[in-house]
Design a binder for this molecule. Structure first.
Ligand code: SF4
Ligand code: SF4
Length: 318
């Protein structure tokens, strides 16, 4: 039991349970070319954890059994796993709807020359991090030069049809640069659209706003500058009961690079396995147990229920 569980029980009269599996989210490796200050999985170029083909095959099997609405590939930078293209191709062959979370800058790394064309030909949906439409904010969070590189890659994605062709969806992700909640998603999306179009001629489909979770590297930063307790309190004080219905853990499973399963990528970052009695490795996947499992929570979960709510798919409430 923790304070989040207490709050949930007060409101719905029971623990939090999942209902189904609409999304399978494989985290295929923790290596990243960036080292952002808010990264919840603490990715960096030094990380070596990487999903192998054996685990990917198990995920392919589970996806065939579950028939999710979406396979949402994340990392690290998923592109740094040399098996990404093989995995995507196999998922597409099975008719799965595939999305890759890209940090954009990795697409300029050596060896990535044809990856945008691969994404286009496979009609992979892209969710790209761009925490602001201003250079100063992006470079502060993600490193000097990241904004300029991101804009260059977005231009190339647009040139190949991303953001305009209805089969090539390009969503952008915003997260605050400091310890505050995201603004309303719809109004920020309008601002992004106007600014990126006016300044760089860039088009995209949707903006997803995501709250910084008080874990990983962001937690370390908050601890260092003495604002961790205040931020955690802000998340708690902003608890919105309307978000409970659509919390992403209620309709997804997350699989780590080594095949361990989690309720979400934040629990993966916290090392919080699935609840007792539910198999914790993808090789033991059992629909009857995993579809309606008790969700393992912690104080970090207040990040998902604060304000308009937050998930890998953006705000939970319009
Ligand atoms: S936030 Fe994304 S781009 Fe930044 S270090 Fe983490 S995985 Fe890499
Ligand atoms: S952090 Fe994960 S388990 Fe907790 S509420 Fe958010 S999605 Fe659910």
């Amino acid at each position: 039991m923790n304070d989040f569980d207490d709050r949930i029980r007060e409101i719905i009269g029971s623990d939090l349970y999942s209902r189904n599996i609409e999304t399978i989210q494989p985290n295929i490796g923790l290596r990243c070319n960036n080292q952002c200050i808010h990264c919840h999985v603490k990715s960096s170029p030094e990380r070596t954890e990487m999903m192998d083909w054996q685990i990917m095959q198990l995920i392919l099997d589970v996806a065939r059994r579950v028939q999710p609405k979406l396979v949402d590939i994340t990392g690290g930078a998923p592109e740094l796993n040399p098996l990404l293209r093989r995995f995507v191709a196999a998922l597409k062959k099975d008719g799965q709807n595939v999305q890759v979370r890209t940090n954009l800058t990795v697409l300029l790394e050596p060896g990535m020359e044809s990856i945008i064309e691969f994404y286009r030909d496979a009609e992979v949906k892209l969710v790209a991090s761009l925490p602001c439409y201003l250079k100063k904010e992006v470079d502060f969070q993600r490193g000097v030069g990241v904004f300029e590189k991101s804009v260059r890659v977005l231009g190339e994605l647009n040139r190949l049809g991303y953001g305009s062709d209805q089969r090539l969806i390009l969503d952008l992700v915003y997260n605050p640069e400091d310890a505050f909640l995201p603004p309303k998603q719809a109004s920020l999306e309008k601002e992004y659209r106007e600014e990126l179009s006016k300044n760089f001629g860039i088009a995209f489909n949707n903006l997803l706003t995501i709250t910084n979770m008080p874990i990983g590297r962001f937690r370390e930063m908050l601890k260092e500058n003495g604002s961790f307790t205040e931020y955690q309190q802000l998340l708690k004080n902003s608890f919105n009961p309307e978000t409970i219905e659509t919390l992403m853990c209620r309709s997804q499973i997350n699989i780590g690079w080594d095949g361990r399963m989690f309720d979400c990528d934040f629990n993966l970052a916290q090392g919080l396995s699935m609840s007792e009695g539910v198999p914790s490795h993808i090789r033991d996947f059992e629909p009857s147990l995993h579809c309606e499992r008790r969700i393992v929570t912690g104080s970090h979960c207040f990040g998902c229920t604060a304000g308009h709510g937050s998930s890998c798919g953006g705000a939970l409430i319009a």
